[in-house]
Design a binder for this molecule. Structure first.
Ligand SMILES: Cc1cc2nc3c(=O)[nH]c(=O)nc-3n(C[C@H](O)[C@H](O)[C@H](O)COP(=O)(O)OP(=O)(O)OC[C@H]3O[C@@H](n4cnc5c(N)ncnc54)[C@H](O)[C@@H]3O)c2cc1C
Ligand SMILES: *[C@@H]1O[C@H](CO)[C@@H](O)[C@H](O)[C@H]1NC(C)=O
Ligand SMILES: *[C@@H]1O[C@H](CO)[C@@H](O)[C@H](O)[C@H]1NC(C)=O
Ligand SMILES: *[C@@H]1O[C@H](CO)[C@@H](O)[C@H](O)[C@H]1NC(C)=O
Ligand SMILES: *[C@@H]1O[C@H](CO)[C@@H](O)[C@H](O)[C@H]1NC(C)=O
Ligand SMILES: *[C@@H]1O[C@H](CO)[C@@H](O)[C@H](O)[C@H]1NC(C)=O
Ligand SMILES: *[C@@H]1O[C@H](CO)[C@@H](O)[C@H](O)[C@H]1NC(C)=O
Ligand SMILES: *[C@@H]1O[C@H](CO)[C@@H](O)[C@H](O)[C@H]1NC(C)=O
Ligand SMILES: *[C@@H]1O[C@H](CO)[C@@H](O)[C@H](O)[C@H]1NC(C)=O
Ligand SMILES: *[C@@H]1O[C@H](CO)[C@@H](O)[C@H](O)[C@H]1NC(C)=O
Length: 586
C-alpha cells in the first residue's frame, strides 16, 4: 500500500490507515473536499473533481503569464490511439531510457517508479496502438517559467484553486519529487542565464557566477571554463545546478576541493510561497531561508530562480583511474577492505576526490580528480594501495594517470553524458571515518556489502573526498557528510519495461539494503538526493539534527504546504491517498 512509504511507526500506520478509510468513504459518498481558499482544505483537487479549474480559468492563467501555460503530454503518447504514430512511437522507444528527452519536457520525469508505466512505449509485439496512456503521477499543466511574475501567478493560482503545485527542473530526481499527480508544474528548465560577477561581502570576496535555475552542470562547466574559472557541479553533466542538487547538498568532482554544492552558494533568488520575490543570503533578513535552501532539500521552501555560486580559478587538474577483477572472492574482498582503509589516507589530501565502483565482476576506481596535482602526486597517492594489491596477487586491468590543462578537459575525459540512463534505482549511506578506523566495524560493513553483492547484480559507488572544509559555513547540509569518509550509493538496473510489481519489489530490496547499512553504521546518515523513498526513519537519516530547525523554517515560509514533496521536511503533514490525491494527515 502506497502511503505506507511515508509512515514512521506502527501506531501511526494504524491512525493513517483509519484516516484513509475515512477519506475513501468521503469520496465514495461524493462529498467533495472543502473548497475554502487559503489552502485549509483537507485534500487537493484532482482533474476529475467538479472543483478542478475549468478551461476559462486555465485560459485566464495562461493570459496572465504571457501564453506560457503548457498542457502536459505523456512522452509516449504517440504509441497509443488516438495519437498513434508508429514512427514517432518507435523513435520514442529507442530513447526511452536516455536522459535527454526528459530534460526538455515540462512534466515527464526519469524515475521509473514515478513514471510507473502510466504511458510507457508498449512491447515491440504490440504495434497497433492499443492500450492505456495517461499522465498518472505527472503534472497536468506546466508553466514554462521565464520570469518571477509567472512563478508568482502559478503559486497564486494553485493556492486559490486548491490544487497541487510541483517544481520540475531536469526531472532527475530519484524520489519523484519533481512530479505530482494532478499538479501544476513550475518548469524551470529554460532559466539558462549565466552571469559572471566580482562578488564582495563580509563573508566572501572574489569571482562568482549567478546561474539561472535551469542551468545544468555541463552548461556551467562550459561557461566557466571560457573565463578560466571552475565551479562545483554534479558528476552527471545534465543534473541541474540550482535545483535539487544544490538544495540537497550536491556532490561532484570538485567537492573535495571546494566543498559541497550548498557550501558554495552565496545567495539564492527565490519566490516564496506567499509570492514574495526575494534574495536570501547568509547576511540578510532571509538568512533562515538561505540556511534551509542550502542543504535542506529541493521543492520545499520556495522556488529558486537563480543561485550565485563561488567560482574558483581554473588550471591543470590531475586525474586517474585503475581497476581489477574479482577472480578470487576472498582476495577481492580483502582488497576492498584495504581500499576503504586507504581512503583514510587519501581523504586527508586536500582536493583529492575518488569515485570507485564495485560490481560482482570487480572494482573500477574510474574517476579521480585532484586539482593542481601532478602525475607523480597522484601515483604516489595510489602506490601503497597498489603494493597491497601486489601482496594479494591481484593484477591491475587498467591503470591510467594524466594531467589535463583545465577542468573541462579533465571532465570530458572522465565523465560522459551517454553513460547515464534512467532505468536505475538507488539508495545510499554516508560512512563515518571513525567506523573505518575501527577494524571490527569495518569488517561488518564489508561483510554486508559482500553479502548483498554475492546475491544481487548490485552496483556500489564509493565516493570519497574530505567535505569538512566548509564545516564552519552555516547551512543545513546533513552533518553526517562532514564526518563521512565516503558516500556509498548502491542500486540495481531495471528492465526498460519493468511492471509495477517488479519496480515495487526492487524498491523494497534497495530500501532494505539501506536499512541494513543503517544498522551497521550508527551515526551515519543518508544523502537524500540518492536515497530510498521508503525509509521509515527518513527525518533522522536525511536531515539529522537539522530537522527541527528546518521544520520551523518550512512552517514560517510555507505554513499551507503549497510546496510538497516525498520525504521533504514537513511532508508528513500531507500524504497521497490510494488514488494519489494529496490529503492532510491530521
Ligand atoms: C543519472 C543521475 C546522476 C546523478 N548524479 C549526481 C551527482 O553526481 N551528484 C549528486 O549530488 N547528485 C546526483 N544525482 C542526484 C541529483 O542530485 C538529484 O536527482 C537532484 O534532485 C536533481 O536535481 P534537478 O534539479 O536536476 O532535478 P529535478 O528532478 O527537476 O528536481 C529535483 C528536486 O528539486 C526541486 N527543484 C528543482 N528546481 C527547483 C527550483 N528552482 N527551486 C526549488 N526547488 C526546485 C524539485 O521540485 C524536486 O524536488 C544524480 C541523479 C541521476 C538521476
Ligand atoms: C497558452 O497560450 C498560448 C498562446 O496563446 C497558446 O499557444 C497555448 O496553447 C496556451 N496554452 C494552453 C494550455 O492552452
Ligand atoms: C503504480 O501503479 C500501480 C498500478 O496501477 C499502483 O498500484 C501503484 O500504487 C503505483 N505506484 C506509484 C508510486 O505510483
Ligand atoms: C518487456 O518487453 C519484452 C520484449 O522486449 C516482452 O517480451 C516482455 O513481455 C515485456 N515485459 C513486460 C512486463 O511488459
Ligand atoms: C492490438 O494488439 C494487441 C497485442 O498484440 C492485441 O491484443 C489486440 O487485440 C490488437 N487490437 C487490435 C484492434 O488489433
Ligand atoms: C518555453 O519558453 C521559452 C522562452 O522562455 C521558449 O524558447 C520555449 O520554446 C518554450 N518551450 C515550450 C515547450 O513552450
Ligand atoms: C578535512 O579538511 C579540514 C579542513 O581543511 C581539516 O580541518 C580536516 O582535518 C580534514 N580531515 C581529515 C580527515 O583530513
Ligand atoms: C601504473 O602506471 C604507472 C605509470 O602510469 C606506473 O608507474 C605504475 O607502476 C603502474 N602500477 C601498476 C601497479 O601497474
Ligand atoms: C586494523 O587493520 C589494519 C590493516 O589490516 C592493521 O594494520 C591494524 O593493525 C588493525 N588495527 C587493529 C587495532 O587491529
Ligand atoms: C572558520 O571560521 C572562522 C571564523 O569564524 C575562520 O577564522 C576560519 O578561517 C574558518 N575556517 C575555514 C576553513 O573556513
Amino acid at each position: 500500500m502506497y502511503q505506507k512509504n511515508f509512515l514512521g511507526s506502527g501506531t501511526i500506520v494504524s491512525i493513517i490507515l483509519s484516516f484513509d478509510t475515512a477519506v475513501t468513504a468521503l469520496v465514495a459518498a461524493r462529498v467533495s473536499p472543502s473548497r475554502q481558499p487559503g489552502n485549509s482544505a483537507a485534500c487537493r483537487y484532482l482533474p476529475y473533481d467538479d472543483e478542478w479549474p475549468n478551461e476559462e480559468e486555465w485560459s485566464a492563467l495562461n493570459k496572465t503569464i504571457g501564453g506560457h501555460l503548457i498542457r502536459a503530454i505523456p512522452l509516449a503518447q504517440s504509441c497509443y490511439v488516438p495519437n498513434f504514430n508508429p514512427s514517432e512511437c518507435e523513435a520514442m522507444r529507442n530513447q526511452w531510457v536516455q536522459v535527454n528527452q526528459y530534460l526538455e519536457d515540462p512534466v515527464n520525469v526519469m524515475a521509473p517508479d514515478w513514471q510507473n508505466n502510466s504511458c510507457s512505449p508498449p512491447p515491440f509485439a504490440n504495434t497497433n496502438g492499443s492500450g492505456s496512456c495517461t499522465l498518472g503521477n505527472l503534472a497536468h499543466y506546466a508553466i514554462n517559467v521565464s520570469e518571477a511574475d509567472a512563478v508568482i501567478a502559478g503559486i497564486q493560482f494553485a493556492r486559490e484553486k486548491n490544487i497541487r503545485l510541483t517544481i520540475k527542473n531536469t526531472g532527475h530526481d530519484y524520489l519523484g519529487r519533481s512530479a505530482g499527480k494532478g499538479s501544476l508544474a513550475l518548469w524551470t528548465h529554460n532559466l539558462k542565464e549565466i552571469t559572471f560577477l566580482d562578488y564582495g561581502s563580509v563573508k566572501y570576496h572574489g569571482p562568482a557566477i549567478r546561474v539561472g535555475a535551469g542551468v545544468e552542470g555541463i552548461d556551467l562547466v562550459n561557461a566557466a571554463s571560457q573565463k578560466h574559472l571552475r565551479v562545483v557541479h554534479g558528476s552527471c553533466p545534465t543534473v541541474g545546478v540550482s535545483g535539487g542538487w544544490v538544495q540537497g547538498g550536491g556532490h561532484g568532482p570538485l567537492t573535495a576541493a571546494y566543498g559541497l554544492g550548498a557550501d558554495n552558494v552565496l545567495e539564492f533568488e527565490v519566490v516564496t510561497a506567499d509570492g514574495q520575490h526575494v534574495t536570501a543570503s547568509p547576511l540578510n533578513a532571509y538568512k533562515d531561508l538561505y540556511w534551509a535552501l542550502s542543504g535542506g532539500g529541493g521543492g520545499t521552501y520556495g522556488v529558486v530562480l537563480s543561485t550565485t555560486l563561488k567560482a574558483h580559478t581554473d588550471g591543470p587538474v590531475a586525474g586517474g583511474s585503475f581497476g581489477f577483477l574479482n577472480s578470487d572472492s576472498d582476495k577481492f574482498w580483502s582488497a576492498m577492505t584495504a581500499w576503504l582503509q586507504h581512503l583514510l589516507v587519501l581523504n586527508r589530501i586536500p582536493g583529492l576526490k575518488t569515485i570507485g565502483t564495485i560490481t560482482p565482476t570487480g572494482f573500477a576506481m574510474n574517476f579521480a580528480t585532484w586539482p593542481g596535482a601532478t602525475v607523480q602526486d597522484i601515483m604516489s597517492g595510489f602506490k601503497p594501495y597498489f603494493e597491497t594489491l601486489a601482496e594479494l596477487g591481484i593484477p591491475l586491468t587498467t591503470n591510467t594517470t594524466m594531467v589535463h590543462p583545465n577542468f573541462l578537459s579533465h571532465l570530458e575525459h572522465f565523465s560522459s553524458d551517454t553513460a547515464y540512463t534512467v532505468n536505475v534505482m538507488v539508495a545510499s549511506r554516508l560512512i563515518p571515518r571513525s567506523l573505518v578506523q575501527n577494524n571490527a566495524s569495518l569488517s561488518t560493513l564489508v561483510f554486508t556489502i559482500r553479502d548483498i553483492s554475492n546475491r544481487n547484480p548490485a552496483i556500489f559507488n564509493i565516493i570519497s573526498g574530505n567535505v569538512s572544509h566548509s564545516a564552519n559555513i552555516s547551512n543545513s547540509v546533513l552533518t553526517a557528510w562532514r564526518e563521512s569518509l565516503f558516500h556509498m550509493n548502491f542500486g540495481l538496473s531495471l528492465d526498460d519495461n519493468a511492471s509495477w510489481e517488479e519496480l515495487q519489489s526492487r524498491r523494497d530490496i534497495i530500501s532494505d539494503w539501506q536499512d541494513q547499512f543503517r544498522l551497521v553504521t550508527p551515526g551515519g546518515g543518508s544523502y537524500a538526493n540518492e536515497a530510498s523513498v521508503m525509509d521509515k526513519t527518513w527525518k533522522e537519516d536525511y536531515y539529522g539534527s537539522n530537522y527541527k530547525k528546518l521544520e520551523e523554517i518550512k512552517v514560517k515560509y510555507d505554513a499551507d504546504s503549497v510546496f510538497w514533496a516525498n520525504v521533504a521536511v514537513g511532508s508528513d503533514e500531507w500524504a497521497p491517498m490510494l488514488d494519489g490525491r494529496l490529503c492532510r494527515t491530521q
